[in-house]
Write a protein that binds this ligand. Structure first.
Ligand code: SF4
Length: 69
């Protein structure tokens, strides 16, 4: 498992935004841990049109903290 820090994709509201209720994504937000091979689409509109895929420990300056479950 990967440790996900504040400011990294796994804790961003845009991480897998189209599947926001996915149990796995909710677990990542709760535990700050993610599977090492997980890659999901970024839902930020500018990134989505580029089909940007990110890992839980990726990041960018558009980070916006996801609400805690
Ligand atoms: S790439 Fe940026 S906007 Fe997309 S999930 Fe990661 S931190 Fe959020």
């Amino acid at each position: 498992m990967l440790q996900v820090q504040d400011g990294q994709c796994g804790l961003c509201v845009h991480f897998g935004e189209k599947q926001a209720n996915d149990v796995q994504l909710i677990q990542i937000r709760l535990k700050h841990e993610a599977p090492e091979k997980l890659v999901v689409p970024c839902g930020l509109p500018e990134h989505e049109k580029l089909n940007l895929m990110v890992t839980p420990i990726s990041g960018c300056q558009a980070f916006q903290a996801a609400p805690q479950a």
